[in-house]
Design a protein around this ligand. Structure first.
Ligand SMILES: [Zn+2]
Ligand SMILES: [Zn+2]
Length: 372
């Protein structure tokens, strides 16, 4: 009889039967190892969590009181004889690839990752393994990123032009990852950075975790509109089209997402400017990352899994599509996100957790997203 693989794909998540733990489970389990704090990877309701220490405060903020053990990159933890260690995924601050080893067999679960060094997340590190579990959110050749310095030059120039024209500047990006990456690359000679509460809560959590971020000012009902209009406003996707955003009119509204690489994406989001900035690997990044692992087989969890696995098989990899509930953290739903609703029901942890379970679709792409 063939021996059971070290990791398997179950209806609760990626499971290690030998070690009796799950990686990024979407159903409550006893023992969860978490790649990063995005809602489609870190679900509430698990008895015990293991994650990188830079994910700690964001996890506590998003999931409430949880039993959490944290580790450094490269540190090892044993579970029933199985060796677990975390390596940088370069996706957002604290994101990790999970390396699992038993009797010489090595699996790596990448979670979400990108290969470009964004200057704030610990840069992606290829890890040698026999079996590699990869995302492929942007696994199509049309998704090819420019170096981020070019994107931020465009963003800073656009902000200056808006100031010159008496327009406010509203820039939209996901609250964990994109928002901090933008914040650290803005030209602060232009003016101050103002933040939507959802972004500032995440910034605060990261600061509690010891992460040094540029100064920001939270927008509150007491903020002076004319002052805010002289700076730049960082807002989450859920704020698009809300009265909250409209009160800063007239403004130019920019959207940061990998989806901006395709025609029509900007128009569909009613944005004035689309900036192609993603926290996921692009086409070349995915292939180089998979190749660098030297793996025998690769399992594709989310994104263009069908076409990308076909392509990988053509060029000589042993690639497989697997079914998971991981989504796309680049995108917003047209409905208010869990985070926005969270803001209105602050302090109600139970409601917050329930909202997070119910709204995982928030992170799924719309038209232009994965077709698989
Ligand atoms: Zn993510
Ligand atoms: Zn994800």
């Amino acid at each position: 009889m063939a021996k059971k693989p070290l990791l398997e794909f179950t209806d609760r998540g990626i499971y290690c039967a030998r070690g009796k733990f799950y990686i990024d489970p979407w159903q409550p389990v006893d023992d969860a190892v978490i790649t990063h704090a995005h809602a489609d990877h870190a679900y509430p309701g698990n008895k015990h969590y293991l994650a990188h220490h830079l994910s700690k405060e964001v996890l506590l903020y998003r999931l409430g009181e949880i039993q959490l053990q944290t580790v450094e990159y490269g540190e090892t933890v044993m579970k029933n004889g199985v060796v677990i260690s975390l390596y940088p995924a370069g996706h957002v601050i604290g994101s990790a690839q999970i390396r699992v080893e038993y009797q010489g067999e090595v699996w790596v679960v990448s979670g979400d990752y990108k290969v470009e060094d964004d200057g704030i997340s610990t840069p992606f590190e290829p890890v040698k393994c026999h079996h590699f579990i990869s995302e492929c959110t942007f696994g199509m050749p049309v998704y090819t990123w420019k170096p981020q310095v070019q994107i931020f030059e465009d963003i800073n120039n656009w902000w200056r032009t808006n100031l010159h024209n008496g327009m406010a500047t509203v820039l939209v990006g996901y609250s964990l990852g994109k928002a901090q990456r933008i914040l650290q690359n803005l030209d602060l000679f232009n003016g101050k950075v103002y933040t939507h509460g959802v972004i500032e809560n995440t910034n605060d959590a990261l600061r509690r975790n010891g992460v040094l971020l540029n100064p920001t000012e939270r927008i509150t009902p007491d903020s002076i509109k004319e002052e805010v209009r002289k700076g730049i406003i960082l807002a989450p996707p859920s704020s698009v089209g809300t009265t909250w955003m409209r009160k800063f009119q007239p403004y130019s509204f920019g959207y940061c997402s990998g989806w901006m690489a395709i025609r029509g994406a900007k128009r569909r989001r009613a944005a004035d400017r689309g900036f192609v900035l993603s926290d996921h690997a692009d086409w070349n990044g995915l292939i180089s990352a998979i190749d660098a692992t030297g793996c025998e087989s690769v399992y594709l969890t989310h994104g263009y899994t069908a076409s990308f696995s076909r392509y990988l098989n053509e060029i000589g990899f042993d690639a497989h599509e697997v079914h998971t509930l991981y989504g796309d953290d680049e995108e917003a739903s047209p409905q208010p996100s869990s985070e926005e609703r969270e803001q209105t029901s602050e302090g109600d942890e139970k409601q917050k957790n329930a909202d997070q379970v119910l709204s995982l679709g928030e992170d799924l792409g719309e038209a232009g997203g994965p077709v698989s």
